[in-house]
Design a binder for this molecule. Structure first.
Ligand code: UD1
Ligand code: UDP
Length: 363
């Protein structure tokens, strides 16, 4: 029996192809939701849209400092695992939920499967880098999306026979759900109501960008400056962490009062895919959004100094600009005239199936 542990928006989205396959194949599984994300449009909306079964356990952990949040998760996940006795625990990505799920399982000698293993930004100041590195080192099945990710793991001494290069389940999720979105009346009418002229799509939530007042100030100033140079609207579905910080640092109104910037609440996956697919350009610091932009052949500019998704840069789909205004403007010019011809480096959209076949030894 397998227990899937998830807690945040990207984990729900990226595990959805695996959960669908488990259902299709009638394999026994349970979902343990830490509720690291709990606002409706960061959580429930994805279960509904992606047609996922309700979690078997909601641990109601919510937000908190890293130690507090991760500690509460360890205590509560352990109780469930002691009751359920799964053979395998599966986690995806690099959040506190992932580290807590993998660590609890590993202490109980339950096998750990890590989906999206081997990503490295080589920046240990990011909480995600710590979470993903530690999780990889206590995992039994490491599902690396690319050869590059596999090589990161081999360099750290992880045994090759535990590593499987299977692509990234985000390709499965993007391709499957884009088709659904393009036929979904609600998503289409939302899109038509908001995207009435050419636009850049913006997302921002990384702690190193939004929790640092000086850096956030610079990034927001850059965004305001580009509205004076380019004749594009900027659509900004705002992550709750970012909204909180912008309000705290008195920056929210400066964005809100700019006529070319449209701040909206975070949206469901179908609406977001339409916004991505039809954007002239995507500006982001999100991991998943860098991948989706690359898959959908929409040019991306990443507002970070590094990325654990270097494949997107290598194929020409993404440029890193950090908080540097000159680099940002140069990159916008490059990306707006770019031919969208790159190949998707993250696999063929069958990662979910491959992962299930490996874990359950289905030939
Ligand atoms: C977390 C992950 C990050 C991932 C992101 C996906 C960690 C350390 N970080 O960051 O890697 O990219 O999820 O979105 O695990 N909040 C709400 N409602 C919610 C969730 C959060 O209002 O449903 C607000 C709270 O004020 C909270 C803040 O957002 O304090 C941050 O939430 P948290 O889960 O700690 O981190 P994220 O920034 O969401
Ligand atoms: N996403 C969404 N609605 C939004 C913003 C993002 O559905 O308003 C999706 C997006 O398509 C991607 C995922 O959320 O699949 C990325 O999540 P996030 O940026 O929060 O986390 P990260 O990938 O950086 O960990």
């Amino acid at each position: 029996m397998i227990n899937i542990i998830l807690g945040t928006r990207p984990e729900i989205i990226k595990l959805s192809p695996i959960i669908r396959k488990l259902e299709e194949k009638n394999i026994d599984f349970k979902i343990i939701h830490t509720n690291q994300h709990y606002s409706k449009n960061m959580d429930k909306i994805f279960f509904e849209e992606l047609n996922l079964p309700n979690p078997d356990y909601n641990l109601n952990i919510g937000s908190g400092n890293h130690g507090e949040q991760t500690g509460k998760m360890l205590i509560n996940i352990e109780k469930v695992l002691l009751k359920e006795h799964p053979d395998i625990v599966m986690v995806q990505g690099d959040t506190n939920t992932v580290l807590a799920g993998a660590l609890t399982a590993s202490k109980l000698k339950i096998k750990v499967a890590h989906v999206e293993a081997g990503l490295r930004s080589f920046d240990k100041s990011m909480p995600e880098e710590i979470n993903r590195t530690l999780t990889d080192h206590i995992s039994d099945y490491l599902f690396a999306p690319t050869e590059n990710a596999k090589n990161n793991l081999l360099r750290e001494g992880i045994k090759e026979n535990k590593i499987y290069v299977v692509g990234n389940t985000i390709v499965d999720a993007t391709l499957e759900n884009l088709k659904i979105a393009e036929n979904n009346d609600k998503a289409i009418s939302f899109f038509n109501s908001i995207a009435d002229e050419d636009y850049f799509l913006l997302t921002l939530h990384r702690a190193e960008n939004v929790d640092n007042k000086e850096r956030l100030f610079k990034i927001i100033k850059n965004i305001l400056d580009i509205t004076k140079i380019y004749d594009y609207k900027i659509i900004f579905p705002i992550h709750p962490r970012t909204k909180k910080r912008l309000l705290e640092f008195n920056l929210y109104d400066r964005l809100k009062n700019n006529k070319k910037i449209k701040i909206i609440e975070p949206v469901g996956y179908l609406k977001f895919l339409l916004l991505e697919k039809n954007a002239s350009l995507i500006l982001t610091d999100s991991g998943g959004v860098q991948e989706e932009a690359c898959i959908l052949r929409v040019p991306c500019i990443t507002l970070r100094d590094n990325t654990e998704r270097p494949e997107t840069v290598e194929v020409g789909a993404n440029i890193l600009v950090g908080d540097n205004k000159d680099k940002l403007i140069k990159s916008i010019d490059i990306m707006l005239s770019k031919k969208r011809l790159w190949n998707n480096p993250f696999g063929d959209g069958k990662s979910g199936e491959k992962i299930i076949n490996i874990v359950f030894d289905i030939r």
